[in-house]
Design a protein around this ligand. Structure first.
Ligand code: ZN
Ligand code: CU
Length: 487
């Protein structure tokens, strides 16, 4: 009889599929789940009495900007503390590779690194660096369209020429060969807003050859959102690629309630082609500081500023008063900077979160001095606040939105479901106690109720602290399930 490394006894098993929870034992041998069942007749080096606790698949953060933080802070406490075991990086058109630059990167690339040497020339370099000094979580990496533009173009305020598109396609092909999983765009950002739909379709077509996916921070999440959804679906259809609508929201006061239109549109498109979406559970967004976003928000809080770092965490209106400047001058004085914008409607957030195919993604910004609380709070907030306290959906459904649904959407193989043979990415939590602790006033606080977290069979989080063990892997495209465009 083989001896398992670890055996959970009498856990409330939520397996990730959405099936009702049941009491079960789960055994881990090396990096895999070796048995699941009732009263397992198995010996183990360590037995955990999991009575009264939920055992679920480790959460997959569908939307992150963790490209560089996995290297510089590999304990990844912001994510391990929430039960996250895999992060999808390279979102919103911003990726750490393939970028070769000599000066400070333009916004929004500066959200992940402010120095040229923060970026990597190739995904081979990047994955090798991840593997040489592994983080506590697994990493799936996307190629960002804005990163490709920065690499291929001198001026970003115009469409790419045919030869520049060629250069980007060649770099994209190489990145996908080297393990990048898909293509992301951030068409609302100055680095990409001048890109016509066809430019994106060309790149998406290359990505489709590799059976990848295309995720997008759409051109407009405000009044033009229906046009942006149409553009996204069109790109998917033309390039024959699954698309993912990033951090779906209806931003700006005049746009509140629009999810009554966007969700039926998405649902209808899903009949024709693969369309996925992710969402974070807050009514405020966060990105670089700009005047247009400020004008559409009911309140703006500065999350970082290079020239005035001491202003991070303060309301923009108060900063303007302190500096005796008008808002416009204050914004200029703070640049480069980031901000948190209160710009959404709670009803939209709830409607989008409860939509059947919405995945949970934090969109956390780990390098911000005063980050949006989504960085530390997203997953426990969905489980504790929205599922348990508000009753928006069952705990099983909440877990499905952060595990199997996400694994299937991205093609992440053998993860996202607790089943024999799958990787032992697991989270043990207290369903009565789980809750986000990070707030807009105190944003970098670990959540309550997460007992233990395992990645590839190794314990990374225990009793409110990182164990220092870092078993995460770079999940190259070659290890993922190829995605197909089906209609
Ligand atoms: Zn974005
Ligand atoms: Cu993002």
């Amino acid at each position: 009889m083989t001896i398992a490394n670890l055996l959970f006894r009498n856990a409330r098993l939520i397996d990730g599929t959405g099936a009702p929870s049941r009491t079960a034992d789960v055994a881990i041998s090396d990096d895999r789940i070796s048995a699941v069942g009732n009263a397992l007749d198995i010996k183990a080096l360590e037995v955990i009495d999991a009575q009264g606790l939920v055992l679920a698949p480790g959460f997959i953060d569908a939307h992150t900007h963790d490209d560089r933080i996995v290297l510089v802070d590999p304990a990844m406490s912001s994510k391990s503390s929430q039960g996250v075991t895999t992060v999808v990086t390279g979102n919103c058109g911003i990726s750490i590779a393939p970028v070769k630059i000599k000066k400070r990167p333009p916004a929004p690339l500066d959200l992940i690194g402010q120095e040229p040497d923060a970026f990597f020339e190739s995904f081979t370099d990047y994955f090798q660096t991840v593997e040489a000094n592994p983080p506590a979580v697994n990493v799936v990496a996307q190629v960002g369209h804005s990163s490709l533009r920065v690499m291929a173009m001198q001026n970003l305020d115009r469409p790419a020429t045919a030869s520049e598109i060629d250069t980007m396609c060649t770099a994209l092909r190489k990145a996908l060969e080297e393990g990048a999983a898909g293509l992301s765009t951030g068409l609302e950002y100055p680095t990409a807003i001048a890109a016509p739909t066809d430019e994106v379709t060309s790149l998406a077509t290359v990505t489709a050859e590799f059976h990848g996916f295309h995720s997008t921070h759409m051109r407009d999440e405000g009044q033009g959102i229906m046009d942006s959804l149409a553009e996204t679906v069109h790109i998917g259809k033309t390039a024959r690629i699954p698309v993912i609508i990033s951090h779906h929201k209806c931003a700006g006061l005049p746009n509140h309630g629009q999810s009554l239109n966007t969700l039926p549109f998405i649902e209808n498109a899903q009949i024709q082609q693969p369309v996925a979406l992710d969402c974070y559970p807050y009514v405020a967004s966060s990105t670089v500081l700009d005047a247009v976003r400020v004008s559409k928000a009911s309140k703006t809080v500065v999350s970082w500023s290079t020239p005035l770092p001491e202003q991070a965490g303060k309301d923009l209106v108060d900063i303007a008063k302190d500096l005796s400047l008008d808002l416009e001058e204050t914004i200029k004085t703070l640049q480069p900077a980031g901000a948190i914008y209160f710009n959404m409607d709670e009803d939209d957030v709830r409607r989008i979160l409860s939509f059947r195919t919405t995945m949970i993604g934090s969109d956390g910004l780990p390098h911000d001095k005063f980050p949006h609380p989504r960085l530390w709070g997203t997953f426990p907030r969905v489980l504790g606040h929205y599922s348990r306290d508000i009753g928006l959906f069952s705990l099983e459904e909440a877990v499905r939105k952060m595990t199997s649904l996400t694994a299937t959407t991205f093609g992440i193989k053998d993860r996202g479901v607790i089943a024999e043979g799958n990787f032992a990415d697991l989270v043990l939590f207290d369903a009565d106690a789980i809750i986000d602790s990070a707030t807009f006033a105190n944003p970098a606080k670990p959540a309550a109720g997460i007992a233990q977290v395992f990645v590839n069979g190794a314990r990374v989080w225990h009793n409110g602290a990182s164990t220092g063990v870092r078993p995460g892997r770079g999940l190259r495209r070659q290890s993922l399930t190829p995605l197909h465009f089906t209609n």
